[in-house]
Design a protein around this ligand. Structure first.
Ligand SMILES: *[C@@H]1O[C@H](CO)[C@@H](O)[C@H](O)[C@H]1NC(C)=O
Ligand SMILES: *[C@@H]1O[C@H](CO)[C@@H](O)[C@H](O)[C@H]1NC(C)=O
Ligand SMILES: *[C@@H]1O[C@H](CO)[C@@H](O)[C@H](O)[C@H]1NC(C)=O
Ligand SMILES: *[C@@H]1O[C@H](CO)[C@@H](O)[C@H](O)[C@H]1NC(C)=O
Ligand SMILES: *[C@@H]1O[C@H](CO)[C@@H](O)[C@H](O)[C@H]1NC(C)=O
Length: 366
């Protein structure tokens, strides 16, 4: 109960003193350097009042007034603090004013060593914002824009320098370790001056230049992969050992044997008319100044037995045909001869011996 009364009394007292004291309207100003500014100081009861300021100051009024205006055509003092006061300084109020300036430039760079960027190395990205005020209200964001146009936020930074009103150069840094996927991506930083609801809406944003990244990385073989395969004798072998790398890799092949049928062209090796002796390991080496990547394909040359079987089968059929032909013809001949024998034997017996002899000769010719 007592506490409630005390609080009520306190608030009454405060209201009373507030009522007696000065009110500044608008109480807060956000002004661009060089722009005009104006605010009113008012009192419920007429008083002699004045504005103390490095620009647009107004001396104590001769008469008692209820309102006194402060006005400047061009604010050029970064630390301006217009203060409204009454006679004798019993009461005084300060205008909350922020003088701002957009940056002259926003630029991004990186510590160039080694240059160009190498995969896995750490680089220091630096965003330089020149001539900005107040620097404590500046938010700097680093972005990465991939080759497909996708924008990723890397980091956002803000310096806690609320006491600095004059223009400053701000340096914002970020450690960046590029991967091979970052090759061709762009880096940029963006400076946003957020001055609150009284400031310009939306808050002004200034982007830096875009830094094109060229990320070097060692080769990595993407095709055909390392595997084992078999190929039929006489066929053509073609292996494509394609690798990605920056700079573009050169290729080397280690083959089981040197051969005039072999043709190497960059990532592709072609051997026509494969022989059994071509079996073995085919090793591809993709090389660039950052390193190498190897891949071995095991090739086994097999003989295709199908045509041999077909040939053999055909030969067997031919032989069988020939044999059956001869067998048939000899049997047929034998029977015909027997018939003639009978015919001839009956009328001419004396010729029998001769015929038998002839017959014997025929058989021996077979
Ligand atoms: C100050 O008060 C005058 C008179 O009431 C008014 O015309 C003027 O717009 C006010 N200025 C500001 C900045 O509020
Ligand atoms: C001025 O206004 C801003 C925003 O309302 C506030 O953050 C800041 O503390 C004020 N400054 C003073 C000196 O009162
Ligand atoms: C900011 O950088 C510019 C160019 O380097 C220089 O002329 C200027 O004096 C610097 N300002 C401050 C506040 O250091
Ligand atoms: C080898 O493979 C790469 C990647 O798959 C492809 O771009 C290239 O055209 C191929 N080369 C040949 C000769 O097939
Ligand atoms: C490939 O790289 C290895 C180390 O990773 C190195 O020892 C070898 O000499 C390199 N080979 C070639 C052909 O550059």
């Amino acid at each position: 109960m007592e506490i409630v009364i005390l609080v009520s009394l306190l608030s009454l007292y405060c209201d009373f003193t507030d009522a007696e004291c000065l009110v500044i309207s608008p109480a807060r100003l956000v002004v661009k350097y060089g722009d005009p500014a104006s605010s009113n100081c008012s009192s419920d009861t007429p008083v002699e009042m004045g504005w103390e300021a490095t620009q647009g100051g107004v001396g104590l009024t001769d008469n008692k007034v209820k309102i006194l205006n402060w006005k400047v055509d061009s604010v050029t003092d970064w630390k301006i603090k217009p203060t409204c006061f009454t006679d004798g300084g019993q009461c005084q109020k300060e205008l909350n004013i922020t003088v701002y300036k957009l940056p002259d430039s926003v630029s991004i760079s990186y510590r160039k060593y080694p240059d160009p960027m190498v995969e896995g190395h750490q680089y220091l990205l630096q965003c330089l914002v020149q001539n900005i005020a107040p620097i404590g209200r500046l938010r700097v964001t680093f972005y990465k824009v991939s080759t497909t146009g996708e924008q990723t936020e890397l980091d956002t930074q803000q310096k806690s320098k609320d006491n600095i009103n004059t223009p400053e150069n701000g340096t914002y840094t970020l450690d960046f370790t590029p991967g091979r996927d970052d090759d061709g991506a762009q880096l940029l930083c963006s400076a946003m001056l957020d001055l609150g609801p009284e400031g310009p809406q939306p808050p002004p944003v200034m982007d830096s230049n875009r830094l094109n990244t060229n990320v070097h990385y060692k080769p990595q073989i993407t095709s055909p992969g390392c595997f084992s395969m078999s190929i039929t004798e006489g066929d053509t072998l073609s292996l494509n050992c394609s690798a990605n790398g920056n700079p573009a890799p050169s290729y080397d092949w280690l083959l089981p044997q040197a051969d005039p049928n072999t043709m190497e062209e960059r990532s592709v090796v072609t051997i026509t008319n494969m022989a059994k002796s071509h079996s073995g390991e085919y090793t591809c080496i993709a090389i660039n100044p950052l390193g190498n990547s190897t891949c071995t394909v095991n090739v086994e040359v097999t003989v295709d037995y199908l045509p041999i079987f077909a040939g053999l089968a055909a030969a067997v059929v031919v032989i069988l045909l020939v044999i059956s032909c001869f067998t048939y013809s000899s049997y047929y001949k034998h029977r015909r001869m027997g018939h003639y024998q009978l015919k001839d034997v009956l009328p001419r017996r004396h010729k029998n011996k001769h015929v038998v002899q002839h017959n014997r000769m025929d058989q021996s010719f077979m």
